[in-house]
Design a protein around this ligand. Structure first.
Ligand code: 5GP
Length: 215
């Protein structure tokens, strides 16, 4: 019998400007569908009010972060506004083997490193409808000082140069629509030939057997 869907999950990278609403989007996606697993990154950034170690991030210091890099414990890492951020290897590998779609919510340098290592990964860039709306969201979040907001806006301008590297751009205007769009992109991507290699091989072999009159 042919396999209908490869068991291995796909690696989904979600990037977007700081303040684009990626966090909210990812949370809503996890709540609505049960075949997603979210990777928790390691960072040297200080926790924001309400953030818990092991939930939003694994918070650590530079020394321990660099030790993890040396031990090859991260599949990618990058520096962002003066802090290290990285994706722990073990969790991602385990979840993908279990057939879950793994979400990495990471910035662009990390996204590009993931695409290099895992060419079949899916890269989605989330953006607010306009730059003005981005600034409004950053200010109204109220968790960052004005110089941090300036830094993040400057970084957003740099990051906008890399938007073409992504497979899809999703505009986050209405959250529910955005969640649905991302889910549909994932479902469509799982059906691409690069992610259906075992299926293709199997049906080809079966057809060959028919053609030879063996069955
Ligand atoms: P924040 O400080 O706002 O939580 O995150 C800052 C930026 O770092 C965001 O764009 C976020 O997606 C990104 N980021 C979070 N975790 C990782 C990671 O493990 N690797 C990389 N490359 N970027 C990350």
């Amino acid at each position: 019998m042919g396999v209908m869907m490869e068991k291995k999950g796909i690696l989904i990278v979600i990037s977007g400007f700081s303040g684009a609403g990626k966090g909210t989007l990812v949370k809503a996606l996890l709540k609505k569908y049960d075949n997603y697993a979210l990777s928790i990154s390691m960072t040297t950034r200080k926790p924001r009010e309400g953030e818990r170690d092991g939930v939003e991030y694994f918070f650590t210091d530079r020394e321990r972060f660099e030790e993890t890099i040396r031990q090859n414990g991260l599949i990618e890492y990058a520096q962002y506004c003066g802090n290290y951020y990285g994706t722990p290897r073990a969790y991602v590998e385990r979840q993908m083997q279990a057939g879950n779609n793994v979400i990495l919510e990471i910035e662009i340098q990390g996204a590009l490193k993931i695409k290099e290592q895992f060419p079949e990964s899916l890269l989605i860039f989330v953006t607010p409808p306009s730059a003005e709306e981005l600034k409004r969201r950053l200010v109204s979040r109220g968790t960052e000082s004005s110089d941090v907001i300036e830094k993040r806006l400057a970084r957003a301008s740099e990051e906008s140069e890399g938007m073409e590297a992504y497979d899809y751009i999703v505009v986050n205007d209405d959250l529910d629509i955005c969640v649905e769009e991302v889910h549909q992109l994932v479902e469509a991507s799982r059906r691409a030939p690069v992610r259906r290699e075992a299926f293709i091989k199997e049906i080809r072999n079966e057809l060959k057997a028919f053609a030879k009159g063996e069955q």
